[in-house]
Design a protein around this ligand. Structure first.
Ligand code: C2O
Ligand code: CU
Ligand code: CU
Length: 491
């Protein structure tokens, strides 16, 4: 039986068995040749505004991008046609942004992983109408981390991110600067996204296919299809971001080399951890440091992952080709971060979140007017997320957490650091210790949600407000709609 026929039969078998999503993944990843040089998103240069803050201008716009030679794909991006520049700031910086929406519809821009006032968070309540702009500002008050920005429009996040509005937002501090930090030289962003293309080169935008949303068979790294990158240093720090709508990657190298994990989502680990695989679900980040020998080649790959009982195919991500002579990078320090651990003292408030195959959390679909939880500023709480449905993950805004256990067992070596997003496969209960932010605002909620974007859009999201400790019971649990709020104000 030839290969194509075998494949067709497999697709047919899957359809007959009714395995939802299965046919998606029998589309094997096309073989790569690594012809294109990896794009490194440029660093965005700030100006200094009248208040002395670092000021950045971000324009959400539409355009066209040539992922395949001679084929124009209609795309969206930030200050360009696809994805956006990298913002880099230091702990302690005061920053301000003008976010200009040149799209022909409303959107928002959320700072994923940032600790900041709720009104600056860029969630579904901070709408930017078409043609309008939004001017958030805050002080960077958190340790070094690889964070990112992306739209968060209620019920439309999946489409806006899929079209290409997203970028990295790096925070540096004294500890992170001891690591390879020459951006584009030994400090390399790796934004991983899977796409489905139509025969005319346009994105297939069916991002709401139950149960996952969309799974693509083509991979883009930093918006480059079929990429290679020339390694010029003996020690490279890669900042991995899973910027996909729904696909989970199991990262490693084709030669199975070990590498050092130095950071999870929300910052550096206490010390490097040697691993050879790591799983990143949508929205999660990881920083790794990899050693190279002169003249060698290796592939960064995603290995097969089992999800919802289906094994998802493997993908080559980028070919790494080391120069014949490599510049020496500083050795890795033994101690990376001195941040105190986030652990449980057994006096914390415990909240439980149940996920099923329905588009709900705790039996409720997202409601823009409902406040699900009221949390005192600066609180540490224990959140227990129980998944009896499809594979999900869980992200909390304005918070940093560590995983206490997965089904009672310690978390994997690659996810023991500070995080803001956690993968929760079907049948798993994850217990996390969460530190919440300190900006009280009873009127403006933050979000928590599944970061599989179709799930988020279809209702697996909830809202919490942070309030002055002691005022929890005085806070209304319903938000007026904007019209009512304006009316209240004027009366
Ligand atoms: Cu990456 Cu609520 O977002
Ligand atoms: Cu977020
Ligand atoms: Cu989900």
């Amino acid at each position: 039986m030839n290969r194509r026929l075998a494949l067709r039969l497999l697709v047919l078998a899957c359809c007959i068995a009714g395995l939802a999503g299965c046919s998606n993944d029998t589309m094997e990843a096309p073989k790569l040749e690594f012809t294109n040089l990896l794009n490194i998103p440029p660093l965005l240069e700030p100006t200094i505004d009248q208040e002395g803050r670092k000021h950045f201008t971000i324009t959400m716009q539409s355009g066209a991008t040539e992922f395949f030679e001679g084929v124009e794909t209609p795309t969206w991006g930030v200050n360009g046609s696809y994805l956006g520049p990298t913002v880099r700031v230091s702990r302690g910086d005061r920053v301000s942004f003008e976010v200009i929406n040149r799209l022909d519809e409303a959107s928002t821009l959320h700072w994923h992983g940032m600790r900041l006032p709720a009104a600056m968070d860029g969630g579904p309540h901070q709408m930017i109408e078409a043609g309008a702009s939004w001017k958030p500002y805050w002080t960077i008050e958190q340790p070094a981390a690889t964070t990112w920005y992306h739209p968060h429009l209620h019920e439309k996040t999946a489409l806006h991110v899929y079209r290409g509005v997203a970028g990295l937002f790096l925070i540096e501090d004294e500890e992170s600067r001891k690591l390879p930090s020459e951006y584009g030289v030994n400090d390399i962003p790796i934004v991983i996204q899977d796409k489905k293309f139509k025969s005319d080169g346009a994105f297939n935008e069916n991002v709401t296919q139950a149960p996952f949303g969309i799974l693509g068979n083509q991979i883009l790294i930093n918006g480059t299809h079929d990429p290679h990158w020339k390694v010029a240093s003996n020690r490279i720090r890669f900042r991995l971001l899973n910027g996909s709508n729904t696909r989970v990657y199991k990262i490693g190298f084709s030669d199975n080399r070990t590498f050092e994990l130095i950071a999870n989502d929300a910052g550096l680990l206490p010390e490097p951890v040697s691993i050879d695989r790591l799983v990143v679900s949508p929205g999660e980040r990881a920083e790794i440091v990899v050693e190279f020998e002169p003249g060698e080649e290796t592939l960064l790959r995603s290995f097969p992952v089992k999800r919802d009982g289906i094994t998802h195919s493997d993908f080559d991500l980028v070919k790494l080709i080391a120069d014949r002579s490599l510049a020496p990078a500083p050795p890795l320090p033994r101690r990376l971060s001195a941040e105190p651990p986030i652990d449980a003292q057994h006096r914390e408030t415990v909240r439980t979140f149940d996920f099923t195959t329905k588009s709900e959390i705790n039996g409720k679909a997202m409601d823009m007017h409902r406040i699900d939880h009221v949390i005192p500023a600066g609180a540490r709480e224990i959140w227990v997320i129980r998944n009896r449905g499809w594979d999900h993950n869980f992200h909390i805004h304005d918070a940093v957490f560590t995983i206490l256990d997965r089904n009672g067992s310690p978390p994997s070596a690659y996810e023991r650091g500070r995080k803001d997003t956690v993968f929760i496969p079907s049948g798993t209960t994850v217990k996390i210790a969460v530190d919440f932010g300190r900006y009280a605002d009873p009127d403006t909620p933050y979000m928590y949600h599944c970061h599989l974007l179709y799930h988020e859009d279809s209702g697996m999201m909830g809202q919490f407000v942070i309030v002055e400790p002691g005022t929890e019971n005085r806070v209304p649990r319903r938000l007026p709609d904007r019209g009512e709020a304006e009316h209240d104000h004027s009366s």
